[in-house]
Design a binder for this molecule. Sequence first.
Ligand SMILES: [Fe+2]
Length: 403
Amino acid sequence: MMTTAPATQSQAHWMSDLAPAPTAHAVVAIAHDAQMLTLRWDDGRISRFAAIWLRDNCPCPACRHPQAMERLHMFIDHETPCISQVTQTAADLVEVRFNQGTAQHAALFDVHWLRQHCYSSAARNEALPKRKFWDAGLNDALPAVDFDDFMGTKGGMRAWIEAIQRHGIVLLKGVPTVPGQLLEVARRIGPVRQTNFGDHYDVISMPNPNAVAYTALGLELHNDLVNWRFPPDVQMLSCLKSSVTGGESLFADGFRIAEDLRAQSPESFKLLVEQPVEFRFHDADCDIRTSAPMLALDSQGSLTGIRFNNWLRSSLKVPEELVVPMYQAIAALWTLLRDPRYHLTLKLNPGELIAYDNRRILHGRKSFDPNTGERHLQGCYLNMEDLDSALRVLDRDAAIGAR
Ligand SMILES: [Fe+2]
């Protein structure tokens, strides 16, 4: 068994983490036994850290690479740790000493890091995504950000990302009507997600279309690319031309609607969560299919994704006795999707770019008459990981600036 020297204060301060813990809280009481460290904070919160958890998260250079900041310690190779001693060495530093069989180890923790990584139920609830489900009321309150603010200020970028995280949708105004400009907007956040339609695509009516999007037909609410194992997270549509009659864009909050389905028709909801449905896109160059339930939940039962796209839905392949109930369940969801009380309706103007969470928000459009003018949108996709990451970096920069 390896015995290493105690970490230094400077190593503990950064906790092998570029993100300084943004907390103003102080520890007011410390207790421990062999298996648990208990911290009481100035706001009354109790944080309890298991010995194995603390040992696993030791930030010393032997346990976590000081440059790569990734874990080196492999807990499985060590005896089960017991806490032998806990010492508060400074206002924000706690040294925890462990016995592991015949070996000893010391870990120096920044208490703010411990607060930030507390796994009490109160802390885990605080960390849940701050989503605000919406209905047609959003027609009067659609979040909007100015293009220059988004491209030129951290505040504008933050407002745009937070709107996507909260409402799942945000309008960007004042975007130059230059083909390809949306890619510059996307790259402010991260790399563009490639699909079989390329890094971006033009939504115009065209002869011999390979998708209904490239016609003048009305499009019912749907999610894009549900035939992929991981459909794109964020869809961006930038309006370059909009002089046709019709062609208004429609949006609805799929999670709000699915929650209403869960309340009104729990059996339908259950089927859509449990039974996979195959989705397929094929043209001359590809045949991309996946099977997945139309509604996805996390381990807590919260919605994480919706796949609804009648054009891409393949033939059902469910147990025989579930075929008719599945059609009934899809119809129950579809009926809610068609209800105008959920709809955000928006005629995109040139210079406007709408972005939305394609895993949550459904989009569609009203038909338009291509003989009355021009309609030209450009679209692309982003990964939600890049939005989340960009916001964390903004938080990190703000916290460093505040220190
Ligand atoms: Fe679409």
